[in-house]
Design a protein around this ligand. Sequence first.
Ligand SMILES: [Ca+2]
Length: 513
Amino acid sequence: MKSELRKPKAEPNPNSEVRSGPRGGFGIRDSGFGHGSAFGFRLSVFVLVLASMVFVIEAAARPPNILLIVSDDQGYPDLGCIGTKPVLTPTLDRLAAEGVRATSYYVTWPACTPSRGSVLTGRYPQRNGLYDMVRNDLVNYGHRYGAEEYAVSPEMTLGLDPRELTLGDVLKKAGYRTGVVGKWDMGQAKRYLPLQRGFDFFYGHGNNGIDYYTHERYGVPSLFRGNERTEADKGTYATDLFKREALRFIRESGDKPWFLYLPFNAPHGASSFAKDTPEPKTGAKTAKRPPGEGVQVPEKYAALYRDKVKEERLARYFGAVTCMDEAIGEIVAHLKQQGQGENTLIIFHSDNGGSGNGGNAPLRGGKSTMFEGGLRSPFIAWWPGKLPAGKVTDEFLTALELLPTFAAIAGAKLDPKVKLDGFDLLPVLRGEKKSPRTEMFWQRRGDQAARVGNWKWVSSARGGGLYDLSTDLGEERDLAKEKPDLAARLKARFDAWRAEMDASEPRGPFRDY
Ligand SMILES: [Ca+2]
């Protein structure tokens, strides 16, 4: 991958034009001068021009707010506007209709933690060192941890290397108020938590998943406010809490430009003991997770789907998506009420492919696989007046592009010593240029994949081959035998990328250095 470090001022500040709005308010009537004489008129014009110049400076000085919404395990087709599933997402559909939807947008890993680490750092997981999950998977969900045992477990001792710069670090330095509401998943020890990673505000869970109501994982209370664990909201549905806290953050930011990273835990399966199964005794390491535990959701949302789908787990999954969609709708409505609708970029995507809730057709595979169903995510960007409305683009884009994009619109200075793997994607969304991305690489343990142009090469325990995505989005026809030279070329590109990752500066927590 030819990496590209973009200078933030490469394009004009999209907010530097004069426009009317709550912070404008200049006009003839405001000038305070009479209009009855030529002198008065000229003076009025002079004052108007002067006032406009002041406003231009003021507008240029206030960059747009940025709201990054990430859903959890929401499959590529799981949006109402795609039209292949009965899922109801009126808010996201509207954002897509008023903005840009990308159909070839990829995450960097087919499951939570490394995918999110790339969102936050703009770097491949293999470059920032967070290339596997941070979770206690040596024991199953039925195991209730004691405090001392939990304190030394992977969930507490692993996290994103503290030397990595996050979106919070970059945007805070550019004058933004920065917040995280929801699933942090970058480590739970204090040094890993958002307040130590460039963020001013944090409400959510530090670990990989929780019970939507008790907010526990492995029996450990997992919700934080700032650096402190809190049980004050125990019993309230997580999506409702994250909506409440997102609105609080926006409200409390006042006139300051803000960046809110809002990663919902929905519609991920609940990380909880099953309601109808007795908790196993402490130390029981072989207790099975009960089948079909799935997603937790308030009954009114699951009820929307009971006549549409046969399986209860699907009704709950779709219900959780709709509940999240409704929460996003309230946040967007609040922005509009505050007059910030046109001064806010909203980006929405999922952290990885769907985990089997009705499949990811037309894509092959799902979460944890190297096929498109694991790596390709729904993507919507909304910014009225600054991005086209109703545009659908098939340009090759990834989550690595987010940090350079946000840095560019915030006018943030990037550290030239930090190698980034993406670029500002706004000109591509506007249709002003083709995507500079020609390649992308993935590795999950022994599984490997590369996309070069429209060609995809996969080598994994669950199958592999060479596929032409331009004619075979479902990766059904392996052309490796027909085109051995091309397959070898893609593998060589993968190997070159792997060598670059191995040669990059050692970073934790998984790399041996
Ligand atoms: Ca996930």
